[in-house]
Design a protein around this ligand. Structure first.
Ligand code: SF4
Length: 364
């Protein structure tokens, strides 16, 4: 298989992460994945637990489910597109997809009412999911508000019987002043992940949860609880994949709460393109130095945008990387190219968002 490694030395940090937490490298299973997604081939999805189970389902046409969630609390940015792209890939492969709108978590952790969560979920998240290519009318696509899903709520209550407050404190950092609703929300999330295996959803099946590495303690807890309920429900411990974080325009992790770091999905094409032009690059102090010793693509948020979202052609990407390293291209040219590409992408998303509005209103 033609695999490119667009990351160079930067991947070492993620390797350390996998060693530290026992997450297996995704590269170990990549060659077995039928028609892998670009995010897999480019090492953006870098880790996995038990993904062999999902490969088995993919190869043998066996039913499996993908579970993910969204906490409606802020604006979606281009880093969030990564999860949507993964869902799109699974949807094409015929997976059952469960998308939880974490309104109970939003209430417990941030005091946001259920009505506000529903409105935010529709106007900010679901519209963007549809605009980015998710078919919400697919019968295998299941979306729900936690507060309206009795299976999830009942299961969460039962799960609470298998975990102590001390464990919750150790995993989530809760303390004596954390409100009880907040303490309860991780149990709802565990139930979100496991409930597609209940009889009313077709019974035990393999599940995969695509997450960032910071979510791994939660995955470990869910796997542990699945094993504890194996006898009663036949639950199979869920598989997981781990993707890299998106670097923000300022060089730190992209975050909805840091406007200077993020390109929001609802930015206009012009705004997005302007933001790209102001992003931190891996360029050298001077043009002369850059031409002599080349740039640092592994420390460049522009290059990351090209790898994650803007360039599908591996050869084109390889050429940019080599030209950067050898000083043939300079950051101004690269920024112009990225800003043109992001403008086109955002024009497309913005048009599709208009079409998505009516559909989104009827999803929940
Ligand atoms: Fe980044 Fe391009 Fe500059 Fe290289 S030339 S550091 S890839 S912006």
């Amino acid at each position: 298989m033609d695999i490119i490694d667009p990351w160079g030395s930067n991947i070492i940090d993620y390797n350390k992460l996998t060693e530290q937490f026992g997450i297996k490298p995704f590269s170990e299973v990549l060659n077995d994945v039928p028609d892998p997604d670009l995010l897999m081939k480019r090492g953006i999805i870098f880790g996995q637990r038990d993904y062999k189970n999902i490969i088995h389902c993919l190869k043998n046409n066996k039913e499996y489910a993908v579970v993910t969630g969204m906490m409606p609390s802020g604006r979606m940015h281009i880093g969030h597109k990564m999860v949507v792209d993964q869902l799109k890939w699974y949807q094409k492969k015929g997976a059952q997809i469960y998308l939880s709108i974490a309104d109970m978590e939003s209430y417990g952790a941030r005091g946001i009412s259920s009505n506000k969560s529903r409105k935010l979920a529709i106007e900010e998240y679901i519209i963007n999911y549809i605009a980015l290519g998710i078919d919400v009318t697919d019968p295998n696509f299941h979306i729900y508000l936690q507060s309206e899903n009795d299976s999830v709520k009942d299961l969460a209550y039962k799960i609470g019987n298998k975990i102590t407050f001390n464990q919750m404190k150790a995993i989530y950092g809760f303390n004596n002043s954390t409100n009880i609703s907040h303490i309860y929300t991780p149990l709802i999330q565990v139930a979100d992940i496991l409930h597609p295996q209940l009889e009313e959803h077709g019974g035990p099946k393999n599940i995969v949860v695509p997450v960032g590495p910071d979510q791994d303690p939660h995955i470990r807890l869910t796997r542990d609880i699945a094993n504890k309920f194996n006898e009663e429900y036949g639950f199979i411990a869920p598989s997981s994949t781990y993707h890299r974080f998106m670097t923000g325009l300022t060089g730190e992790k992209m975050s909805s709460s840091k406007p200077k770091s993020a390109i929001y999905l609802t930015d206009t094409p012009k705004e997005a393109s302007k933001k790209v032009k102001s992003a931190k690059t891996g360029g050298r102090e001077s043009l002369k130095e850059q031409k002599e010793i080349g740039g640092k693509p592994d420390e460049c948020s522009i290059y990351e945008l090209l790898v994650y979202h803007l360039i599908k052609d591996d050869n084109k990407l390889k050429e940019i990387r080599e030209n950067c390293l050898s000083g043939i291209i300079v950051c101004g040219d690269c920024k112009n190219c990225a800003s043109k590409l992001i403008k086109e992408l955002y024009e497309n998303i913005s048009n599709k968002r208009e079409e998505a509005k009516d559909i989104a209103l009827n999803v929940l």
